[in-house]
Design a binder for this molecule. Structure first.
Ligand code: FES
Length: 70
């Protein structure tokens, strides 16, 4: 699905950039994909995809960890 109509970026493009480059900011995602923010309407969606990817990676890395005592 296209999430950035200005740069024609799909959700998969963003997920790939986040996973491959460990991007920490939205501007890094744009840069990694060879573009830059134009109107900014997609920023919230990109942030959400970054958070999902981070949470997914966190969950995967904690697979098999003993439960926290907190
Ligand atoms: S929709 Fe992404 S910069 Fe405009």
């Amino acid at each position: 699905m296209i999430i950035c109509s200005c740069n024609v970026l799909s959700d998969q493009d963003v997920r790939s950039a986040v996973e491959a480059e460990r991007t920490r900011s939205i501007s890094q995602v744009y840069g990694c994909l060879g573009c830059s923010a134009q109107c900014g309407r997609c920023a919230r969606t990109i942030r959400r995809l970054m958070d999902e990817a981070l949470n997914s990676a966190r969950a995967a890395s904690c697979n098999g960890c003993p439960p926290s005592s907190q």
